[in-house]
Write a protein that binds this ligand. Structure first.
Ligand code: PRP
Ligand code: ADE
Length: 192
């Protein structure tokens, strides 16, 4: 300050996304010690919260050319099904290994708390399909990155990726933006 006076503390404005964060439960030390698990089941169980979450995830893509919504197992199925219905698009499940019955393409990846693999049916996407990717949460971005690689390998173009929660300190959203993909999220938790 040039006049030497201290700025008085400003009242914290409620975040625009307070409606979402207030409906998300944090479970400490799940599934491993030190992880603050952001649990969206409490948001999903709330009729207004679930509807608003889906409406806000859909809103930027109304009128945008999208052929398919791809949802990542497991919570991405719940959101992705609703988003695909609202956008009148097809839905593609991106699943954990051994769950899809037909021929698959696989991609392994690192998690915040371990390693895993995702699969997609090799014929789930037609060449040139425009795909909206969704999941409940993006942390390190390893899961979403693997999903993007699968969609691209199958011949699709990822138009955007949308999440309820971003953990920005883990850098995942930036990782996906660096792949040339628009990322939106409804709320974020800092310090994870
Ligand atoms: O950005 P990342 O660091 O990759 O983490 C994000 C992923 O972690 C969670 O799923 P989880 O792997 O816990 O699987 P689940 O859906 O079977 O619980 C979440 O639903 C995302 O899919
Ligand atoms: N902190 C977290 N909460 C919920 N899901 C997650 N996936 C990776 N990190 C997570």
């Amino acid at each position: 300050m040039s006049n030497g006076k201290m700025t008085p503390p400003q009242p914290q404005k409620p975040m625009a996304t307070e409606w979402a964060t207030s409906r998300i439960r944090t479970v400490p030390d799940f599934p491993k010690a030190g992880i603050q698990f952001r649990d969206i089941t409490t948001l999903l169980a709330d009729a207004r919260g679930f509807r608003k979450a889906v409406d806000e995830l859909v809103q930027p893509y109304v009128g945008v050319a999208i052929d398919k919504v791809a949802g990542i197992e497991a919570r991405g199925f719940i959101l992705g099904g609703a988003i695909a219905h609202q956008l009148a698009c097809g839905f593609i499940p991106i699943r954990k290994p051994g769950k899809l019955p037909y021929r698959t393409i696989s991609q392994s990846y690192q998690l915040e708390y371990g390693e895993d693999c995702l699969q997609i049916h090799e014929d789930a996407i037609r060449s040139g399909d425009l795909v909206l990717l969704t999941d409940d949460l993006i942390a390190t971005g390893g899961t979403a990155e693997a999903a993007v690689k699968l969609i691209r390998q199958a011949g699709g173009t990822v138009v955007a990726a949308c999440f309820v929660i971003d953990l920005p300190d883990l850098g995942g959203a930036q990782k996906i933006r660096d792949m040339g993909i628009e990322v939106i999220s409804l709320c974020h938790f800092d310090g994870d």
